[in-house]
Design a protein around this ligand. Structure first.
Ligand code: BGC
Length: 470
């Protein structure tokens, strides 16, 4: 297809879009195109079929925790409507679907007894995906820790890492025969930062740098889970981290030091141990070696067992200045001069190229193949009078970021796939249902799904790419 205004009718949704003049580059055959979701954000059915309680169920009931008191109780009701959602994915033509397994659905108290009905749900989902030619890519932990484990200390407790490995073994024993690539954790940085340091996500603890043991225990959980997965025949294993280029607000040594501190915390703390077998120097955070005194002999060997890929989530860069107060060694600044999403994130596609090339130069031949396991944006998408959702801002966002991936690949970074966050509008954590990230609009009154213009655009993009060989 050429540039200019493109028009397509796909899967019942129309779009007109101005695009840049250049055609999208062609990606290699076998490059995985997909979408991503997470259990608590879409499933609902929180008390169905023996599911236990998670920290998010509890947190949602805390007054003021979630915007407008929203909860994930119903969400997209994917637990009951999954056949319709798989049909949407088949129409979209994706190769890969990343979703997460709800630990409390499979092991209601986080340890011990297995709830077979919960496992059956994912078993059916995986079968259906495979039958539709879609590769399942499950994440074992996307933030819905069973509440009884939180009551026993959550990720502040070393024991949680062992419980997580048990859960991984249980899930993989049932599903590994149809799952080529497993993801252990989703964004442990966010769990530590928002869940345990700032208290704006579940479990709502505000320990500031006292939250650091949760970083180590999650990483230990990753390493132990990786071993458990391999033991039951899982083929490939990875971890998904969130990354954000850390830009200094000025050339002043204080701002540069603030950016280094943030880079250490966000971009290195969860990746150096996995790929290099050591923690980064915590001095930029004002911490000595005792900052992680929960690390025991042998832990780093467990954590750095080889992974087969690295999952990369990217939304936007960060801008850092020297702190005004002493609580943290940096202060986040607004980034101006770019379009912004409904969430207020600046739209900076070049940040994704910068991120990927900097990962390649930081880790060299220790960097395994990369999957972009999340990238996307929220806008206030609503159907027009004709029932169409004309989300051209999302098309522009995705177009720019996919080109940014191509630029990184042209610079030599080995990227194997790109997954849009998200298939459906869904429960956006502390923002409740206010941020719509989906390629498919969900009416939360009726749960009706309406593919947006971006759905048709992405479908056409995928259809125009070389297919898997064989
Ligand atoms: C998370 C998703 C979330 C998305 C958009 C990522 O940090 O993994 O669960 O919905 O960002 O905010």
């Amino acid at each position: 297809m050429s540039g200019g205004t493109r028009r397509a009718i796909a899967a019942g949704c129309r779009y007109d879009r101005p695009v840049t003049d250049a055609d999208l580059p062609s990606f290699p055959p076998g490059f995985a195109w997909g979408v991503a979701t997470a259990a608590y954000q879409i499933e609902g059915a929180v008390t169905a079929d023996g599911r236990g309680e998670s920290v998010w169920d509890t947190f949602c009931r805390r007054p003021g925790a979630i915007r407008d008191g929203h909860t994930g109780d119903v969400a997209d009701d994917h637990y009951h409507r999954w056949p319709e959602d798989v049909a949407l994915m088949a129409t979209l033509g994706i190769d890969t679907y990343r979703f997460s397994l709800a630990w409390p659905r499979i092991q209601p108290t986080g340890s011990g007894a297995v709830n077979q009905i919960g496992l059956d749900f994912y078993d059916r989902l995986v079968d259906s995906l495979v039958a539709n030619g879609i590769t399942p890519m499950p994440t074992l932990f996307h933030w819905d820790l069973p509440q009884p484990l939180e009551d026993a200390g959550g990720w502040l407790s070393r024991d949680t890492a062992y419980r997580f490995a048990d859960f991984a073994g249980i899930a993989a024993t049932r599903l590994a025969d149809r799952v080529p690539l497993w993801i252990t954790l989703n964004e442990p940085f966010v769990v530590t930062a928002l869940g345990y340091a700032l208290g704006v996500h579940a479990p709502g603890q505000a320990l500031m740098l006292g939250a650091l043991p949760t970083a180590h225990h999650q990483l230990l959980g990753h390493g132990l889970a990786l071993a458990a997965l391999r033991a039951v025949g899982a083929h490939q294993v990875t971890i998904t981290n969130s990354y954000a280029p850390a830009w200094a607000a000025s050339d002043s040594p204080a701002d540069v030091a603030a950016a280094t501190a943030y880079d250490t915390l966000h971009n290195r703390l969860y990746t150096d141990p996995v790929l290099l077998g050591r923690y980064p120097d915590l001095a930029p955070l004002g911490l000595g070696p005792a900052g992680l005194d929960c690390v025991r002999d042998g832990d780093l060997e467990t954590i750095s067992a080889p992974v087969d890929a690295l999952g990369v989530n990217y939304y936007a860069p960060t801008l850092l200045a020297a702190p005004q107060d002493a609580a943290l060694p940096f202060q986040l600044q607004p980034i101006t001069g770019y379009p912004v999403t409904a969430f207020g994130n600046p739209v900076v596609p070049a940040g994704l190229t910068e991120l990927l090339t900097s990962l390649a130069s930081r880790y060299g031949d220790r960097l395994p193949p990369v999957y972009i396991t999340e990238n996307g944006c929220s806008f206030d998408d609503e159907p027009d009078a004709a029932g169409q959702v004309d989300d051209r801002q999302r098309i522009s966002y995705l177009d720019g970021h996919i080109r940014a991936v191509a630029d990184a690949m042209a610079a030599g970074v080995d990227v194997r796939g790109y997954l849009v966050w998200s298939l459906l509008d869904n429960f956006e954590w502390a923002e409740g249902y206010h941020q719509r990230f989906g390629l498919v609009h969900v009416d939360y009154g009726t749960l009706r799904r309406t593919p947006k213009a971006s759905f048709g655009w992405y479908r056409e993009l995928i259809a125009g790419q070389p297919r898997r060989s064989g």
